[in-house]
Design a protein around this ligand. Structure first.
Ligand SMILES: [Zn+2]
Ligand SMILES: [Zn+2]
Length: 344
């Protein structure tokens, strides 16, 4: 099969590799068709590492994927060849206390596509456990299936953040995850959602996808603008998806008393000075979000029902041969890029 293999920083090669084979009876062989480019793929491509995850041997990137089942193991009952499926990328150990309590995203032994040393899905074929493949109904395309991954992150964040009907919400950063958080919050009944970004293109899209107000952080003071839009009260839930130090600090300012800050954005700055006194006096709740658990079926339902529009977020498409251009696009054209899709 053909696959895009990362050999080092900015060294990506299209190679011919042996086709993977079904080895366990609960696995399926999937012909991969659509893979979204994630910020983490771009970061591995440009930096060769994210935190403790270091690319030490050749690695196939890509984890937001969907395809068509080609072959099923003997024990597989839920899928058959020809089914369109979305692949949930993290396979947990299924045995530890986190797996057993249902929070399998916290499993210390999870094997996640494109988190070194585990290969990802910029490849023609992948073998995956059948219970982590979700059959797509006829009205959900393979591209939309690939978009289940970032949608699941946003939806998991909105659920952990406890978004309630009528809540006022601020989204700091209107990239793919911010826009997924926006749509997830809206699907849970949020009222006024305010989206912040530096790029007008993304803010226009945010408006189309349900934002009531948008703020260009390059032109306005984010904190002042949000306090004005909420009559000095602040918002019930803040989603920090930009991963910047400044937005993490702004979150503490714009959350209402008793509000919640949902941290999803992973930035290069790991430690950020923050106003602890304000967090205490306002009784703020800080909620981290790491991937998702048991969310794919809900996310799929939101796409299938039309409550969430992930199609409008796809701004360009590339074939596998040009995956390197796909990886560079978010860096080179951030002003016009939201989600880049690789079609295999
Ligand atoms: Zn991703
Ligand atoms: Zn586990």
């Amino acid at each position: 099969m053909k696959a895009a293999v990362l050999h080092g920083i900015r060294d990506l090669r299209i190679e011919e590799l042996p086709d993977p084979k079904i080895e366990r009876e609960d696995d399926v062989l999937v012909r991969i068709k659509a893979v979204g480019v994630c910020g983490s793929d771009v970061h591995f491509y440009t930096h060769g590492r994210i935190g403790d995850f270091v690319v030490e041997k050749p690695l196939i990137l890509g984890h937001e994927s969907a395809g068509v089942v080609e072959e099923v193991g003997k024990g597989v009952k839920n899928l058959k060849p020809g089914d369109k499926v979305a692949l949930e990328p993290g396979i947990p150990c299924r045995k530890c206390e986190f797996c057993k309590s249902g929070r399998y995203n916290l499993c210390p032994d999870v094997r996640f596509f494109a988190a070194p040393p585990v290969d990802g899905t910029f490849a023609e074929y992948v073998v995956h456990p059948a219970d982590f493949c979700y059959k797509l109904p006829d009205n959900v395309s393979l591209e939309e299936g690939a978009m289940l991954e970032p949608l699941s992150v946003g939806l998991h964040g909105a659920i952990l953040g406890g978004v309630k009907p009528g809540d006022e919400v601020a989204i700091l950063g209107s990239g793919p995850i911010g826009l997924m958080a926006l749509q997830s919050a809206r699907s849970m009944g949020a009222g006024k959602v305010i989206c912040v970004d530096l790029y007008p293109f993304r803010l226009d899209l945010a408006q189309r996808l349900g934002a009531c107000e948008t703020i260009n952080a390059g032109e306005m003071d984010t904190v002042e603008a949000i306090m004005e839009l909420t009559n000095g009260r602040g918002v019930d839930v803040v989603f920090e998806t930009a991963g910047a130090g400044i937005t993490s600090q702004q979150a503490v300012e714009i959350a209402r008393r008793g509000g919640t800050i949902v941290h999803i954005g992973l930035g290069s700055q790991e430690a950020v000075p923050t106003n602890i006194v304000k967090i205490i006096f306002k009784e703020l709740k800080l909620q981290g979000v790491h991937r998702y658990a048991n969310i794919y079926p809900r996310a799929l339902e939101l796409i299938s029902s039309g409550d969430v529009d992930v199609r409008s977020m796809i701004t360009s498409r590339y074939p596998l041969d040009r995956v390197e251009e796909a990886l560079r696009e978010p860096i080179e054209r951030p002003d016009s890029t939201v989600k880049v899709m690789v079609e295999i």
